[in-house]
Design a protein around this ligand. Structure first.
Ligand SMILES: [Zn+2]
Length: 63
């Protein structure tokens, strides 16, 4: 089995919690990659962003 991040063969003593990656470090890199992709998709979606800003912004005339 090879690590999908660094391409190295996953060592037999790799921590089970890190599988299918060779180490916790590569697992973290993969998670971060997914997080970055989701973040960039949200950034591109400007309509949704404006909607969220409108919800957060205080309405005029309440004070
Ligand atoms: Zn790796």
């Amino acid at each position: 089995m090879r690590c999908p991040i660094c391409g190295k063969v996953v060592p037999p003593d790799a921590p089970e919690s890190a599988l299918p990656f060779c180490s916790a470090r590569c697992k973290t890199i993969d998670l971060k990659r997914w997080a970055d992709e989701e973040y960039s998709i949200e950034t591109v979606n400007e309509d949704k962003l404006e909607e969220e800003i409108a919800q957060v912004a205080p309405t005029d005339g309440e004070n």
